[in-house]
Design a binder for this molecule. Structure first.
Ligand code: HEM
Length: 446
């Protein structure tokens, strides 16, 4: 869930957000969710002048800001995702422009008590940062704010925490280990690097500003010192909000519109597919309203892919490249007609097309919410681009979502020859923390 701090029409006219004020800001209040301290800083320097939010966003917003006026936050900077809620943020939140995925292992000697203290600290830091506030703390303490994100607002920052299978043995909680965290089967397309796979703890950071994302990463990493150390880190990106004329489904590094077939929160069975239901008395009772994330670093063999003419690329997926419409016709949102044949009698969406093979219709209803980031880490030793998809999918049970679909793709998907799965992890991502609670408390204090 996220809210964009757009001005109400009355505020837009005056440029002043409603509410009481204090100190240098006079009778002006920070727009809800925008760091009061940050605004006080700028308003203080400017005196009691009007506070203008850059609802138009982008370069125009900045160009219009004269030095003597308080700095405007664009809608990108001012958009805030909520930390507290039924589900953790970063699952149904719109894709952000920047992402960091980080897995941590508990250090020797750290057990349940230390892990609980870490999750408590992490939750407190995530809550502050997601609201666009600096982290509090002594200048030389772990909570000392580095200043990296000053001026940028919350920028849709989300922080999402998960537990890997190995976490449970290390914390003496094996009786709470959900069956959904059973190791994934091996797939023929796998070329997995164990050092970049799995991990005791997993943190997903997303933000529409790269500095805000890095700032959060540093803060969370510093809080982990002495309790957990980084096992692996992956950095990803998506298109910047506002870069397209209208909001649209993202493209991946193969150039395809990617995400069309995702279950939608408005659909009746969305929650059942994505979130874990109540299971009183069962080992995974603590996972109610949580979700399981399957994370795969999938390298794209772009040199091979880019040699294919566009028509061949489209037959590999079963959708048009330009607008994502199914080859059976219509627009991006038209349902695929999997039975439609062309004049030559052949299926227009080929038998081995990726979108056909992965569709719920072909997998006994199995579905997942795909919410990836692209990545680019330079070149491999043979000079090929080390680029692809940090594939993250969310489901109530990976063995009814990711696993059956990947098994099927593995057997004969036209896309698989252009992909290498290089790292893998499955994480139990508990439900959102209620006010006063920290993420994972229901597991760690049960
Ligand atoms: C780099 C790897 C991949 C790329 C480039 C890719 C690309 C795409 C594209 C372009 C579509 C069609 C548009 C859409 O519905 O989003 C699609 C659909 C889909 N993909 Fe992938 N995909 C990849 C890996 C995977 C994997 C590993 C899985 C799961 C095991 C998967 C599951 C799906 C599903 C469930 C759909 C929607 C099918 C439907 O309901 O119509 N994909 N993918």
């Amino acid at each position: 869930m996220s809210k964009t701090r757009k001005q109400a029409p009355a505020q837009a006219a005056t440029g002043v957000a409603p509410g009481g004020g204090d100190g240098a800001a006079g009778d002006r209040a920070a727009p809800a969710g925008v760091s009061r301290r940050r605004l006080l800083g700028t308003a203080g320097a400017a005196g009691a002048t009007g506070l203008v939010l850059g609802a138009g966003g982008g370069a125009a917003g900045y160009a219009a800001t004269r030095p003597e006026e308080p700095t405007a936050l664009t809608t990108v900077g001012a958009t805030e995702a909520m930390f507290h809620g039924k589900h953790q943020p970063g699952i149904t939140t719109p894709l952000q422009a920047r992402g960091h995925l980080v897995a941590f292992d508990l250090v020797a000697g750290a057990g349940r008590k230390e892990a609980a203290a870490l999750l408590r600290r992490w939750s407190a830091v995530a809550k502050e940062l997601m609201a666009g506030r600096p982290v509090a703390g002594a200048p030389d303490g772990p909570g000392h704010d580095t200043g990296i994100a000053l001026d940028a607002g919350p920028s849709s920052l989300t922080v999402t925490f998960g537990f890997g299978r190995t976490f449970f043995a290390r914390t003496g909680l094996t009786d709470r280990l959900p069956a959904a965290l059973d190791p994934l089967p091996a797939f023929s397309a796998d070329a997995l690097d164990a050092k970049r796979s799995n991990g005791d703890l997993w943190v997903q950071i997303g933000a529409d500003d790269a500095l805000v994302a890095f700032h959060a990463l540093r803060a969370l990493q510093k809080e982990a010192a002495g309790t957990a150390r980084v096992r692996w880190q992956m950095n990803g990106f998506n298109r910047t909000p506002g870069a397209t004329a209208r909001p649209m489904t993202a493209r991946n590094l193969m150039g395809q519109i990617d995400g069309t077939g995702n279950p939608k929160p408005s659909e009746e069975d969305f929650d059942r597919r994505v979130f874990v239901p109540a299971s009183p008395g069962k080992p995974q009772e603590w996972m109610e309203d949580g979700s399981y994330a399957v994370v795969r670093r999938i390298r794209m063999l772009l040199d091979d892919w880019e040699k294919l003419p566009v028509e061949r690329q489209e037959r590999v997926i079963g959708r048009r490249k330009a607008d994502g419409a199914p080859l059976s016709g219509g627009t991006e949102t038209t349902e695929m007609d999997l039975d439609k044949a062309g004049p030559d009698g052949r299926l227009v969406i080929p038998d081995n097309a990726h979108a056909r093979i992965s569709s719920p219709e072909e997998n006994g209803g199995a579905a997942m919410l795909r919410r990836p980031f692209s990545y680019h880490d330079g070149s491999t030793e043979d000079g090929a681009p080390d680029a692809g998809l940090l594939f993250i999918c969310w489901q109530a049970d990976p063995f009814r979502g990711f696993v059956p679909v990947q098994r099927k793709l593995d057997r004969g998907d036209a896309l698989s020859p252009f992909l290498r799965h290089e790292a893998s992890g499955v994480f139990a991502v508990p439900g959102g923390a209620a006010e006063g609670e920290y993420v994972g408390q229901r597991l760690l204090e049960s």
